[in-house]
Write a protein that binds this ligand. Structure first.
Ligand code: URA
Length: 211
């Protein structure tokens, strides 16, 4: 079994994780209100992985992460970097939608995050971009309370708790935050939050291409 597992492709590992380990997950209360489990999407061999917070309305309905307004924003950012969604892997901390898009609760993160960590081990990305404070804090993993401003603009180390994988970690604004800021601005005015994210993503990509 160990020998067999060692030769599995990333796609096979993800498939096993999704079908056999996660299955029809009932490990937390979100199981009762979800429509679909939103596992992840993209290239299982991706060197760059994006991690958001939790599925929203559209994602819950379709079973695919980042397909609503926040997803369109993320896709736009990728496009500006000449990347497509097929070249990266996209997942969330929580695999099920919290009712009314409320913040994830600690027990939900505790039960669900092992699946995210297993996804990261299977994909083994070299660079991870955490979208928003929740994903950033979880992946930093040192238990310190930090604001997003404290986390963005530099690289951190993501370390698998079992030591199976390490990656560079960048944290930037969640697309939903950037969209909210956009709505507060007069039409046509440049959104500084959007520029900040692009600077963060360019930094992450530059690093990926230089190592
Ligand atoms: N927000 C997230 O954090 N994830 C999604 O998949 C959609 C919106």
């Amino acid at each position: 079994m160990r020998d067999q597992a060692r030769t599995w492709s990333a796609a096979e590992k993800l498939d096993y994780l999704r079908r056999k380990n996660l299955g029809n997950c009932q490990r937390c209360k979100l199981a009762g209100s979800r429509t679909n489990i939103v596992f992840g999407v993209g290239n299982p061999e991706a060197e760059l992985m994006f991690i958001g917070e939790a599925p929203g309305f559209d994602e819950d309905r379709e079973g695919v992460p980042f397909v609503g307004a926040a997803g369109r924003k993320l896709t736009q950012w990728l496009g500006r970097l000449s990347l497509t969604r097929d070249q990266v892997y996209i997942a969330n901390v929580l695999k099920c939608r919290p009712p009314n898009n409320r913040d994830p609760e600690p027990d939900e993160v505790e039960r669900c995050s092992p699946f995210l960590r297993a996804q990261i081990r299977a994909i083994a990305p070299r660079v991870i971009v955490a979208l928003g404070r929740h994903a950033g804090m979880l992946l930093l993993g040192d238990g310190h309370e930090r604001t997003l401003r404290e986390m963005r603009g530099r690289s951190w180390a993501y370390r698998d708790p079992g030591g199976a994988h390490e990656a560079l970690l960048y944290v930037t604004y969640h697309p939903s935050y950037v969209i909210r800021r956009e709505r507060e601005l007069p039409p046509g005015q440049r959104n500084p939050a959007d520029d900040t994210v692009m600077a963060d993503l360019q930094q992450a990509l530059q690093k990926l291409r230089s190592v």
